[in-house]
Write a protein that binds this ligand. Structure first.
Ligand SMILES: Cc1ncc(C[n+]2csc(CCOP(=O)(O)OP(=O)(O)O)c2C)c(N)n1
Ligand SMILES: [K+]
Length: 363
């Protein structure tokens, strides 16, 4: 049996990737850290800048940029409301809103150059809006008309724009991630002063493509920024059923990718983090992972009814209604005759017209 000694610990193994020190202590690496990775924010709960907060040095947001960010976030909400209603009216076949997640797409777009390539998931039309895609251009795609750049071949919301360096959305989750690394590698070979920014939801990180992409980006030193919108849900699957790790941010380190967790509802924090991430990606030629914590305020899409996976709602819906007799009890110790008469009349009416009364109320 070997005993631990200090001198043991000083010995090291020269192994590909660097020196590995020896230890005679058998210690498994814990599956979790004691404390969760903190979430970077700049604004407090009231939207005021926190004193001494760490905005990236040199990143002051001009009034013009701040106003455009606000305008675009409001425009995105209005656009979502109108197109959502159009879908409900049967005028388009499908729609998906960004409600609750506007700050991630708009503030990240604000921190980029239009030379940077975007490989989106589907909840980032805010980037297009920021870059000047018009409401008419969105509408043309949604209606699949002749003016749609995709010639009506795609489902609604699968936008794309050559002019704006926004690669067309494809439905299969996470395929854009390894593709983004390929695009970033080509920018690297061409020595371009630009990077690739690719988006995924937390659900996308449960796909193999996410893991392949992070590793691929790390080993090719590709200038790509991965932005994960962690809104806690992949349609009806909660993150607790998707992974046991501390969210998504910790996966970066395992692949050798620098990473940060940020408050996705804090537009200034998103702007600052993406501005820094872009600079690191280009000047240091490396990938960066950003996990933005956020909430999906609406349904997943028009094909989904999220009240179905509210557990509370399902349980309440399945529980029997109180019986008819409860309508007449709990007021009088001995019900007066007129009340008993009303109860009898009600029961007779229900017996006569059962189809007009809810079947789940015990008579
Ligand atoms: C490979 C693949 N599997 C399943 C689906 C069906 N699907 C569409 S969206 C979605 C949820 C994705 O969730 P997430 O990545 O967290 O994004 P969010 O919708 O929350 O923005 C799923 C499972 C798909 N499009 N592609
Ligand atoms: K995709």
């Amino acid at each position: 049996m070997a005993f631990a000694s200090d001198s043991d610990d000083e010995q090291a193994l020269d192994f590909p990737g660097g020196m590995v020190s020896y230890t005679s202590e058998m210690r498994f690496i814990s599956e979790s850290q004691e404390k969760r990775i903190p979430c970077y924010r700049v604004l407090d709960d009231n939207g005021e800048i926190i004193n001494g907060s760490d905005l990236e040095p040199g990143t002051s947001v001009s009034k013009e940029v701040a106003v455009k960010m606000y305008n675009d976030m409001v425009t995105l909400q209005m656009m979502d409301n109108i197109f959502y209603e159009a879908q409900r009216q049967g005028r388009i076949s499908f729609y998906l809103t960004s409600m609750g997640e506007e700050a991630i797409s708009i503030a990240s777009a604000a921190a980029l150059s239009t030379e940077d390539y975007i490989l989106p998931q589907y909840r980032e039309p805010g980037v297009l809006l920021w870059r000047g895609f018009t409401i008419q251009e969105f509408a043309n795609q949604l209606f699949g008309n002749k003016a749609d750049y995709g010639k009506g071949r795609q489902m609604p919301i699968h936008y794309g724009s050559n002019k704006l360096n926004y690669i067309t959305i494809s439905s299969p989750i996470a395929t854009q991630l390894p593709q983004a690394v390929g695009v970033a590698y080509s920018l690297k070979m061409d020595k371009k002063d630009a990077c690739v920014v690719t988006y995924t939801g937390d659900g996308g990180t449960s796909e193999g493509d996410f893991h392949a992409a992070l590793n691929f980006a790390a080993v090719t030193d590709a200038p790509v920024v991965f932005i994960c919108r962690n809104n806690g849900w992949a349609i009806s699957t909660n993150v607790s059923e998707q992974f046991r790790s501390d969210g998504v941010v910790v996966k970066g380190q395992a692949y050798g990718v620098r990473s940060i967790r940020v408050d996705g509802n804090d537009a200034l924090a998103v702007y600052s983090a993406i501005h820094s991430a872009r600079k690191m990606a280009i000047s240091e030629q490396r990938p960066v992972l950003v996990e933005a914590l956020t909430y999906r305020v609406g349904h997943h899409s028009t094909s989904d009814d999220s009240t179905n996976y509210c557990k509370a709602i399902q349980a309440a819906e399945k529980t029997e209604k109180p019986p008819v007799s409860d309508l007449f009890s709990d007021v009088y110790d001995v019900p007066p005759s007129n009340l008993r008469e009303q109860e009898n009349q009600l029961r007779e009416t229900i017996n006569k017209y059962p189809q007009d009364y809810p079947s789940d109320v015990p008579v």
